[in-house]
Design a protein around this ligand. Structure first.
Ligand code: GTP
Ligand code: MG
Length: 218
């Protein structure tokens, strides 16, 4: 939709962004899954996104405000679309995060294994996401990036794993530089988003079971 800022776009529904989608609904195009990249500045959210999208590693650091990407992928034999919103880690943009988070169906919460502060910050990101989405089981992966720099590791693997365990989410280490586990984190997340949506559809379709606890009229 032309003329919209990315902030406005983030708060809109799919139909509002592209009204034609309404008319396309009966023919059911590929499902669209909305992923949000979150984490402190400089941890590699953009580098992971660009590696996933275009198979390239960007050495330069250019702080992001917000960028949005879309890609068709085949997930377990089914074509789906993935919409990635790459948000700003820099504190200057913290105030606009709520709006972005609201539109997300799944989150990659990224820190750098070489930067303890970025690991500590994941706690706040998690809390903000849960507050905005109000859903403890929202699809979410904790991602320890820059694993190619293992000689500069500052966050012990055991700490990362125990935080993920405490949140009941998967923990995966990635390198946007070597591409290690880059596809995996995106695919694992959209698989989770997709299966939740399918589960919800079956819940809706299934007629409510007769209530065995109902009172009998005498
Ligand atoms: N060695 C190494 N460097 C990385 C990796 N990922 C990102 N970088 C570098 O780290 C710097 C910051 O990466 P970005 O992807 O721009 O960080 P960001 O999280 O998007 O930062 P903001 O947009 O400010 O939130 C860049 O110079 C990248 O080249 C990685 O896996 N390994
Ligand atoms: Mg960025």
């Amino acid at each position: 939709m032309a003329g919209l800022t990315i902030e406005q776009r983030a708060s809109l529904s799919e139909e509002e962004i592209d009204p034609a989608i309404m008319s396309k609904k009966p023919t059911a195009g590929p499902a669209l899954h909305k992923v949000i990249m979150v984490g402190s500045g400089g941890v590699g959210k953009s580098a992971l996104t660009l590696q996933f999208m275009y198979d390239e590693f960007v050495e330069d650091y250019e702080p992001t405000k917000a960028d949005s990407y879309r890609k068709k992928v085949v997930l377990d034999g089914e074509e789906v679309q993935i919409d990635i919103l790459d948000t700003a880690g820099q504190e200057d943009y913290a105030a606009i995060r709520d709006n972005y988070f609201r539109s997300g169906e799944g989150f990659l919460c990224v820190f750098s294994i070489t930067d303890d502060e970025s690991f500590q910050a994941t706690q706040e990101f998690r809390e903000q996401i849960l507050r905005v989405k109000n859903d403890e089981s929202i699809p979410f992966l904790l991602v320890g990036n820059k694993c190619d720099l293992s000689d500069k590791r500052k966050v012990p693997l055991s700490e990362c794993q125990s935080r993920a365990q405490q949140w009941s989410v998967p923990y995966v280490e990635t390198s946007a530089k070597t591409r290690e586990n880059v596809d995996k984190v995106f695919y694992d997340l959209i698989r989770d988003i997709s299966s939740r949506k399918k589960q919800r559809q079956t819940d809706v379709k299934q007629p409510p079971k007769p209530n065995s606890h109902c009172c009998q009229l005498l």
